[in-house]
Ligand binder design. Structure first.
Ligand SMILES: NC(=O)c1ccc[n+]([C@@H]2O[C@H](COP(=O)([O-])OP(=O)(O)OC[C@H]3O[C@@H](n4cnc5c(N)ncnc54)[C@H](OP(=O)(O)O)[C@@H]3O)[C@@H](O)[C@H]2O)c1
Length: 288
């Protein structure tokens, strides 16, 4: 490959590496000789990863916590003297209609998918700019191309990720830092089950995998981005780049109509205990 760069000996941070895409990305890069520093919250799953692939350094870090994010990046910089690449992969979904979301769900999606990703990037950037080289990979989604109810808020976070990546790419490319976006369609991970409220028991083997492309496809796309001498945006599989066409009229109107109908169907299919809940939730002193 013209101008291809090896990942060997590069220090690469991978977030959300206890399962799914992040886990496979950490394994793939470590097998190619990268010094991978991987994080997630599930310490038992991380320990298993470290035993399976001894080259991977694992750290427990909740990326939603500003203090944990800072300690995680500072630790990697202190131990390795540099961070050559950051793979911003940790992410969560929530499936359902916006009016049914709790505030805590909104906050969890935005802080995990957007705030943490921007802040981790901010934390690694100065050392990359000083070194005159670095790669930031955003694991976004095809949901960043077309908003997809009933994952509307999730889509909004991925629009934010792609928007951030576009601006950042313009800020830093002349200073040696490449900003890449990977936009997968459905991938065979726990993500969808978790978006529907299921949580894997701590330390458990991966389960409840959704239909989709293998995680190895996305991990390979991340590796290809790190190998290129220029910034790259890639859908996985590549054909899903065509989803962007759905933003053009008249296809856009077709999407409006279809998602409008499915949203009404979802709203009428939900349990109809709304009246009861509203009455129960009124405070004692509310005017009746
Ligand atoms: N699967 C798909 O169909 C699909 C499609 C397009 C894009 N994506 C994107 O791909 C990325 C990876 O998703 P996946 O499919 O691999 O899902 P997954 O199997 O559910 O894995 C998500 C990873 O993120 C970690 N994570 C979640 N919240 C975290 C937090 N607060 N702090 C640290 N780590 C956290 C999880 O680990 P812990 O729970 O141990 O913290 C886990 O390792 C996400 O950004 C997702 O939006 C997925």
């Amino acid at each position: 490959m013209i101008g291809s760069r090896s990942v060997e000996e590069r220090v690469v941070i991978v977030t959300g590496a206890s399962g799914g895409i992040g886990r496979m990305t950490a394994i793939r890069l470590a097998e190619r000789g990268a010094r991978v520093v991987a994080c997630a919250r599930d310490a038992a799953r991380l320990r298993r990863l470290a035993i399976e692939v001894p080259g991977i350094e694992v750290r427990r870090c909740d990326v939603r916590s500003p203090a944990e994010r800072a300690a995680f990046v500072d630790g990697a910089l202190a131990r390795h003297g540099r961070v050559d690449a950051l793979v911003n992969n940790a992410g969560v979904g929530w499936e359902g209609l916006v009016e049914d979301m709790e505030y805590a769900d909104v906050e969890r999606l935005v802080t995990t998918n957007v705030t943490a990703l921007i802040d981790l990037t901010r934390l690694v950037l100065p050392s990359m700019i000083e070194a005159g080289s670095g790669d930031i990979v955003m694991v976004s989604s095809i949901s960043a191309f077309v908003s997809t109810p009933p994952q509307t808020v999730y889509s909004a976070t991925k629009f934010a990720v792609d928007g951030f990546a576009e601006g950042l790419r313009r800020e830093v490319w002349r200073r040696g830092v490449r900003v890449h976006t990977i936009n997968p369609g459905p991938v065979r991970t726990e993500w969808l089950a978790r978006s529907r409220g299921w949580e894997p028991p701590a330390g458990s083997p991966e389960a409840n995998l959704a239909a989709g492309v293998p995680v190895a496809w996305v991990a390979a796309a991340v590796e290809r981005s790190l190998a290129r001498p220029w910034p790259r945006s890639a859908s996985v599989p590549r054909i899903l780049g065509l989803v962007r066409l759905l933003t053009l009229p008249p296809l856009r109107h077709v999407v409006d109509v279809v998602t409008g109908y499915t949203s009404v169907t979802l709203a009428s299919a939900r349990p109809s205990d709304d009246t009861e809940r509203t009455l129960e939730s009124l405070p004692e002193s509310s005017p009746q």
